[in-house]
Design a binder for this molecule. Structure first.
Ligand SMILES: [Zn+2]
Length: 247
Protein backbone atom coordinates (compact mmCIF):
# COMPACT_ATOMS: atom_id res chain seq x y z
CA UNK A 1 0.00 0.00 0.00
CA UNK A 2 1.40 3.34 -1.01
CA UNK A 3 -1.57 5.41 0.13
CA UNK A 4 -1.34 7.32 3.40
CA UNK A 5 -3.06 5.90 6.45
CA UNK A 6 -6.47 7.53 6.86
CA UNK A 7 -7.02 9.54 10.00
CA UNK A 8 -9.71 8.33 12.36
CA UNK A 9 -12.29 10.16 14.45
CA UNK A 10 -14.10 8.93 17.54
CA UNK A 11 -17.79 9.85 17.77
CA UNK A 12 -20.48 9.72 20.45
CA UNK A 13 -23.45 7.52 19.58
CA UNK A 14 -25.58 9.50 17.11
CA UNK A 15 -28.76 7.81 18.39
CA UNK A 16 -28.43 8.12 22.20
CA UNK A 17 -25.27 10.26 22.75
CA UNK A 18 -23.71 7.25 24.50
CA UNK A 19 -19.95 7.08 24.86
CA UNK A 20 -19.51 3.43 25.90
CA UNK A 21 -19.16 0.85 23.13
CA UNK A 22 -18.66 -2.90 23.20
CA UNK A 23 -16.10 -4.11 20.64
CA UNK A 24 -17.45 -6.67 18.12
CA UNK A 25 -14.75 -7.29 15.49
CA UNK A 26 -12.40 -5.50 13.15
CA UNK A 27 -12.37 -5.40 9.34
CA UNK A 28 -9.68 -3.69 7.23
CA UNK A 29 -8.41 -2.05 10.38
CA UNK A 30 -11.79 -0.53 11.22
CA UNK A 31 -13.37 -1.36 14.60
CA UNK A 32 -17.05 -2.40 14.59
CA UNK A 33 -18.70 -1.76 17.97
CA UNK A 34 -22.14 -1.83 19.61
CA UNK A 35 -23.41 1.12 21.67
CA UNK A 36 -24.09 0.00 25.24
CA UNK A 37 -26.82 2.62 25.55
CA UNK A 38 -29.06 1.82 22.58
CA UNK A 39 -27.61 -1.15 20.67
CA UNK A 40 -26.63 0.73 17.50
CA UNK A 41 -23.81 -1.04 15.66
CA UNK A 42 -21.29 1.32 14.10
CA UNK A 43 -17.68 1.81 13.04
CA UNK A 44 -15.99 3.76 15.83
CA UNK A 45 -13.47 5.30 15.64
CA UNK A 46 -13.90 5.65 11.89
CA UNK A 47 -12.02 7.13 8.92
CA UNK A 48 -12.71 10.87 8.62
CA UNK A 49 -15.40 12.09 6.21
CA UNK A 50 -13.09 13.02 3.36
CA UNK A 51 -11.78 9.48 3.20
CA UNK A 52 -15.31 8.07 3.30
CA UNK A 53 -16.51 10.31 0.46
CA UNK A 54 -13.54 9.14 -1.59
CA UNK A 55 -14.92 5.59 -1.78
CA UNK A 56 -17.73 6.75 -4.10
CA UNK A 57 -16.00 6.33 -7.41
CA UNK A 58 -17.49 5.76 -10.84
CA UNK A 59 -17.32 1.97 -10.45
CA UNK A 60 -19.84 2.26 -7.64
CA UNK A 61 -22.54 3.52 -9.98
CA UNK A 62 -21.24 1.51 -12.91
CA UNK A 63 -22.53 -1.70 -11.33
CA UNK A 64 -25.79 0.00 -10.52
CA UNK A 65 -26.33 1.24 -14.05
CA UNK A 66 -25.57 -2.18 -15.56
CA UNK A 67 -28.48 -3.64 -13.59
CA UNK A 68 -30.78 -0.89 -14.89
CA UNK A 69 -33.73 -2.99 -16.07
CA UNK A 70 -34.42 -4.72 -12.77
CA UNK A 71 -33.67 -1.60 -10.74
CA UNK A 72 -36.09 0.49 -12.77
CA UNK A 73 -38.95 -1.98 -12.29
CA UNK A 74 -38.25 -2.12 -8.54
CA UNK A 75 -38.15 1.68 -8.23
CA UNK A 76 -41.51 1.93 -9.99
CA UNK A 77 -43.00 -0.49 -7.42
CA UNK A 78 -41.59 1.55 -4.51
CA UNK A 79 -43.06 4.76 -5.90
CA UNK A 80 -46.43 3.13 -6.59
CA UNK A 81 -46.61 1.91 -3.01
CA UNK A 82 -45.99 5.35 -1.47
CA UNK A 83 -48.43 6.91 -3.89
CA UNK A 84 -51.15 4.41 -3.06
CA UNK A 85 -50.71 4.34 0.71
CA UNK A 86 -49.50 7.79 1.75
CA UNK A 87 -49.11 10.67 -0.70
CA UNK A 88 -50.86 10.72 -4.07
CA UNK A 89 -49.19 13.79 -5.57
CA UNK A 90 -46.82 16.67 -4.94
CA UNK A 91 -43.05 17.05 -4.76
CA UNK A 92 -40.74 14.06 -4.26
CA UNK A 93 -37.03 14.24 -3.41
CA UNK A 94 -34.87 11.12 -3.59
CA UNK A 95 -31.77 11.68 -1.46
CA UNK A 96 -28.72 9.76 -2.69
CA UNK A 97 -30.59 9.04 -5.91
CA UNK A 98 -27.63 7.43 -7.73
CA UNK A 99 -28.50 7.11 -11.45
CA UNK A 100 -31.97 8.61 -10.91
CA UNK A 101 -34.31 5.63 -11.35
CA UNK A 102 -36.51 6.59 -8.39
CA UNK A 103 -36.71 10.16 -9.69
CA UNK A 104 -37.65 8.82 -13.11
CA UNK A 105 -40.36 6.57 -11.62
CA UNK A 106 -41.76 9.34 -9.41
CA UNK A 107 -41.93 11.73 -12.37
CA UNK A 108 -43.70 9.06 -14.44
CA UNK A 109 -46.21 8.64 -11.59
CA UNK A 110 -47.04 12.34 -11.74
CA UNK A 111 -44.81 13.75 -8.98
CA UNK A 112 -42.67 16.84 -9.35
CA UNK A 113 -39.59 14.68 -8.78
CA UNK A 114 -36.11 15.77 -7.70
CA UNK A 115 -32.89 13.98 -6.83
CA UNK A 116 -29.57 14.72 -5.21
CA UNK A 117 -26.47 12.54 -5.46
CA UNK A 118 -22.81 12.89 -4.47
CA UNK A 119 -21.31 10.93 -7.30
CA UNK A 120 -20.82 12.90 -10.52
CA UNK A 121 -20.94 9.91 -12.92
CA UNK A 122 -24.36 8.86 -11.61
CA UNK A 123 -25.66 12.42 -11.87
CA UNK A 124 -24.41 12.65 -15.45
CA UNK A 125 -26.31 9.44 -16.29
CA UNK A 126 -29.50 10.80 -14.71
CA UNK A 127 -29.26 14.15 -16.47
CA UNK A 128 -27.95 13.08 -19.89
CA UNK A 129 -29.34 9.59 -20.42
CA UNK A 130 -32.56 9.69 -18.40
CA UNK A 131 -33.06 13.41 -19.16
CA UNK A 132 -33.70 14.40 -15.56
CA UNK A 133 -32.28 17.94 -15.17
CA UNK A 134 -33.78 18.11 -11.67
CA UNK A 135 -31.08 15.66 -10.44
CA UNK A 136 -28.20 17.65 -8.96
CA UNK A 137 -24.75 16.78 -7.66
CA UNK A 138 -23.66 17.39 -4.07
CA UNK A 139 -24.69 16.90 -0.47
CA UNK A 140 -28.27 17.35 0.71
CA UNK A 141 -27.61 20.45 2.79
CA UNK A 142 -25.66 22.16 -0.02
CA UNK A 143 -28.82 22.25 -2.20
CA UNK A 144 -30.63 24.83 -0.02
CA UNK A 145 -34.11 23.60 -0.88
CA UNK A 146 -36.86 25.72 0.71
CA UNK A 147 -38.33 24.57 4.04
CA UNK A 148 -41.38 22.27 3.97
CA UNK A 149 -41.00 21.92 0.20
CA UNK A 150 -41.30 18.14 -0.29
CA UNK A 151 -44.28 15.83 0.24
CA UNK A 152 -42.13 12.70 -0.09
CA UNK A 153 -38.49 12.32 0.89
CA UNK A 154 -36.88 8.95 0.17
CA UNK A 155 -33.51 7.52 1.13
CA UNK A 156 -32.95 4.02 -0.19
CA UNK A 157 -29.74 2.34 1.04
CA UNK A 158 -28.22 5.71 1.85
CA UNK A 159 -28.59 6.52 5.56
CA UNK A 160 -25.99 3.90 6.55
CA UNK A 161 -23.41 5.88 4.53
CA UNK A 162 -24.08 9.38 5.89
CA UNK A 163 -21.25 10.76 8.08
CA UNK A 164 -23.39 13.25 10.10
CA UNK A 165 -26.63 11.43 10.83
CA UNK A 166 -28.25 14.05 13.04
CA UNK A 167 -27.58 16.91 10.62
CA UNK A 168 -29.09 14.83 7.81
CA UNK A 169 -32.25 13.82 9.71
CA UNK A 170 -32.68 17.44 10.87
CA UNK A 171 -32.51 18.54 7.22
CA UNK A 172 -35.08 15.88 6.20
CA UNK A 173 -37.39 17.20 8.91
CA UNK A 174 -36.89 20.79 7.73
CA UNK A 175 -37.72 19.86 4.13
CA UNK A 176 -40.81 17.76 4.94
CA UNK A 177 -44.14 19.42 4.09
CA UNK A 178 -47.05 19.04 6.53
CA UNK A 179 -48.69 15.66 5.95
CA UNK A 180 -45.67 14.42 4.02
CA UNK A 181 -43.70 11.20 4.54
CA UNK A 182 -40.08 10.11 4.67
CA UNK A 183 -39.27 6.57 3.54
CA UNK A 184 -36.00 5.05 4.75
CA UNK A 185 -34.58 1.72 3.66
CA UNK A 186 -31.38 0.40 5.23
CA UNK A 187 -29.88 -2.98 6.24
CA UNK A 188 -31.41 -4.50 9.42
CA UNK A 189 -28.78 -5.74 11.86
CA UNK A 190 -31.56 -7.27 14.00
CA UNK A 191 -33.32 -9.17 11.19
CA UNK A 192 -33.87 -12.91 11.62
CA UNK A 193 -31.79 -13.64 8.50
CA UNK A 194 -28.80 -11.54 9.65
CA UNK A 195 -25.98 -13.93 10.66
CA UNK A 196 -25.24 -14.18 14.37
CA UNK A 197 -21.57 -13.93 13.47
CA UNK A 198 -22.01 -10.37 12.28
CA UNK A 199 -18.58 -10.19 10.65
CA UNK A 200 -19.84 -12.67 8.00
CA UNK A 201 -22.85 -10.49 7.07
CA UNK A 202 -22.59 -9.18 3.51
CA UNK A 203 -23.77 -5.73 4.58
CA UNK A 204 -20.65 -5.22 6.73
CA UNK A 205 -18.64 -2.72 4.67
CA UNK A 206 -15.70 -0.87 6.22
CA UNK A 207 -15.61 2.87 5.31
CA UNK A 208 -18.94 2.55 3.49
CA UNK A 209 -21.64 1.35 5.88
CA UNK A 210 -20.96 3.41 8.98
CA UNK A 211 -24.11 2.38 10.97
CA UNK A 212 -26.23 -0.76 11.28
CA UNK A 213 -29.73 -0.01 12.53
CA UNK A 214 -32.48 -2.26 13.83
CA UNK A 215 -36.22 -1.78 14.41
CA UNK A 216 -35.55 0.15 17.61
CA UNK A 217 -32.52 2.31 16.87
CA UNK A 218 -33.81 3.84 13.61
CA UNK A 219 -37.10 5.17 15.11
CA UNK A 220 -35.15 6.45 18.11
CA UNK A 221 -32.90 8.51 15.83
CA UNK A 222 -35.92 10.01 14.03
CA UNK A 223 -37.77 10.66 17.30
CA UNK A 224 -34.92 12.96 18.34
CA UNK A 225 -35.96 15.23 15.50
CA UNK A 226 -39.73 15.19 16.06
CA UNK A 227 -40.40 12.50 13.47
CA UNK A 228 -42.53 9.49 14.28
CA UNK A 229 -42.68 6.03 12.76
CA UNK A 230 -45.89 5.66 10.75
CA UNK A 231 -45.31 2.28 9.16
CA UNK A 232 -42.83 -0.52 9.41
CA UNK A 233 -42.88 -2.82 6.43
CA UNK A 234 -42.36 -6.53 7.00
CA UNK A 235 -39.24 -7.52 5.08
CA UNK A 236 -38.16 -11.02 4.08
CA UNK A 237 -34.54 -9.98 3.57
CA UNK A 238 -32.34 -8.25 6.14
CA UNK A 239 -33.54 -4.72 5.56
CA UNK A 240 -35.63 -2.12 7.38
CA UNK A 241 -38.25 -0.20 5.44
CA UNK A 242 -39.73 2.56 7.60
CA UNK A 243 -42.05 5.44 6.82
CA UNK A 244 -41.85 8.52 9.07
CA UNK A 245 -43.94 11.67 9.39
CA UNK A 246 -44.15 14.75 11.58
CA UNK A 247 -44.91 13.79 15.20
ZN1 LIG B 1 -26.46 4.62 21.42
Amino acid sequence: MTSAQPSFERIDCPVCDGTVFAPLFEQRGEPFVRCRGCGLVLINPRPVSGVIAGTYDAAYSGGYIRKAGKKRARCARWVARIRKRFVARGRWLDVGCSAGFVVEAAAAAGFDAWGVELEAAAVAFARDTLRLPQVTCGTLDSQHYPAASFDVLSMYDVIEHVPDLNATVAELKRLLAPGGVIEIRTPDVGHFTTPRRLETWREIKPSEHLYYFDRRTLPRLFARHGLKLIERRLMLKSALDHVYGHA
